[in-house]
Structure formats: C-alpha cells, structure tokens
Design a protein around this ligand. Structure first.
Ligand code: DGL
Length: 302
C-alpha cells in the first residue's frame, strides 16, 4: 500500500504545528462563539452533529465544496491549491472564531497550508487509528476511507505511530461517498450496493477477523446503520466526531465555552455550497434536520 517514493509521512511535523488560539473578543449571548465546519459535501454534517450535541450554543456555519467532490479522487496538489484559498474566503466573509476541516481526505494533506494562510485556529479530522488500536481484541483493524485517505503518507504515519503492532486493512471507497450524498437527498442506499463497497475489507483470512472498522471519511457515519447491516460480521465502527467536538471545546476561551455549552439562538444556520446544483433542493430536508438551510442555493447568486 505504501508508495516507497512518497515523501516522509508529514504527521511528525504536522502535529507540532500549533492549532492557534482564538482571538480575544467579547463573547456574550448576543455575540456567541462561531465556527465554520467544512467538507467536500454532506459528510461534515456528521461532525457538525457531534459538535452541536456537545456545544449547542456554538453557532455553526456549514460550507461544502460540492463543485469539487469527491475529494478522495483528487490529487494532493489539487487539494492544496484549492482548499486554503476557499477557507480563507469564507473566513473573511463569515468571521468564524475557528474552522473545522471535517474531511479526512482534506485534513490529511492540507492542514499545514490552511494554517499558514488562515489566521484563526483550524481543527482537522484524522482517522481514529489510535482509539481503534487501543480497543481491538483481535488485533485486526479495518480502515475504511476515501481512495485518497487510505493511500496518504499521513495515514501511513498514523499506523506506524499508533498501530505498529496491529494489522490494519485499508480500503478506499468513493462509492460510499456517493451513496451518503444520495441518502441525504432522499434516496435510501441499496443494501447490496453498500455490501459490495465494503466486501473487499472483509475478504481473506485477516479480513474475516476484523473487529473494529475506522470510519475514516466523514460521509461514512451517515451510513452507519447500512454499514452495520452490510458488514460480513458484527464489528464496531468508530469515527472521530466526538473527539473533534472535545477539541473544539478545549480551544474555546472559558467565557466562549460557557456560552457554547448553553442553548444557542434558535433558527437554521447557513449552509454554503460552491456549486449551484439541481440536487440541492432535495437536500434541504436533511440539512434542516442538522440545523442548516442551504441559503446559498439560489441560482441568482451564482
Ligand atoms: N468527507 C470526506 C472525508 O472525510 C471525503 C469525501 C470525498 O471524497 O469528497 O474524507
């Protein structure tokens, strides 16, 4: 899986890049802390849900780069050339106190470039290899991500650092990303299609002994029940959403955290999309369920 010509895994240096501290400002009920949650598509809604459950008073804006989805099939250079500018544009427009890159595919490659450009703390999401290694009993872990995430040098580094004595079976799927996008637009995923997407993970003697599957793409928790039904054997699925929510809470200054722990102002928050797309109206119901409304879907704004 590892490409010997790929550069040294960047995680040793990346993790030392400070996330940054939130600029001091006066937080109050009328001026609560704000975060921008970003993904290529609807996957980051799974992370937004975990953040909202932990910090209901943190005002979230959702941003999706649907014009460029799926990120898992883009090169590292393409993502580095695109994502930092995009996030800096939204930061200028919406003035969040922090940004959550709720996308493993982007986080495992663009965080240093984003942090170099964007002057607010940026939290990324990376595959939950560490907790999986801690909890596996068979010693065999499945890592289900996008094709980009499973081949990243960053992922190699996580496995070397936290799961060197375990067997990690990686499988990349863009099909599951498409199924999650369709599910939130009202098309229930075909069970056989889900099963076909994950079958390679469980193939072979080692695959048959997987007991934990890391959902290393934020779209996949949106398919958790379908994945559980489709898995070849009962396995535990873990993701990074709750850990991200804890990290956000840690970064908030005390006064901001106090406000974020209470209920926030009522109403739907904006969800932004980089492409006007005929399927966005069908997404509105699911977006509302997550507390958002696709305010930028009007063709007149494009
Ligand atoms: N949700 C994204 C992730 O966590 C990727 C989906 C895509 O391929 O665009 O990796």
């Amino acid at each position: 899986m590892r490409d010997p010509s790929s550069p040294r895994a960047p995680e040793m240096t990346d993790r030392k890049i400070p996330t940054g501290t939130i600029s001091p400002r006066v937080f109050s009920e009328t001026s609560p802390p704000r975060a921008l949650v970003f993904d290529s598509g609807v996957g980051g809604l799974s992370v937004a849900a975990d953040i909202h459950a932990a910090l209901p008073g943190l005002v979230l804006t959702y941003a999706a780069d649907n014009a460029f989805l799926p990120y898992g099939e883009k090169s590292e250079a393409e993502l580095i050339a695109r994502v930092p500018e995009l996030l800096e544009g939204w930061r200028r427009e919406f003035a969040p106190d922090l940004i959550v890159v709720a996308c493993n595919t982007a986080s495992t490659v663009v965080l240093p470039a984003v942090r170099a450009l964007v002057p607010v703390p940026v939290i990324g999401v990376v595959p939950a290899v560490k907790p999986a290694a801690k909890h596996t009993r068979t010693g065999i872990i499945g890592l289900l991500g996008t094709p980009g995430t499973v081949r990243r040098a960053y992922t190699d580094g996580l496995i070397r650092e936290f799961a060197a004595d375990k067997t990690v079976i990686r499988h990349g799927s863009s099909g599951l990303v498409r199924l999650a996008e369709a599910k939130l637009r009202g098309h229930p995923p075909d069970e056989a299609a889900v099963a076909a997407e994950i079958a390679p993970l469980f193939a072979g003697t080692e695959g048959a002994n997987i007991d934990i599957v890391v959902l290393a793409c934020t779209h996949f928790p949106l398919l958790r029940s379908e994945l559980a039904r489709a898995a070849a054997r009962p396995v535990q699925f873990i993701d990074s959403g709750a850990a991200i929510a804890r990290r956000v809470a840690q970064l908030l200054p005390d006064r901001a955290r106090e406000i974020a722990l209470r209920d926030g102002p009522p109403g739907l928050r904006p969800a932004l999309f980089t492409a006007m797309d005929d399927t966005l109206p069908a997404l509105e119901g699911a977006l509302n369920g997550f507390g958002f409304s696709a305010l930028r879907q009007m063709a007149s704004e494009r």
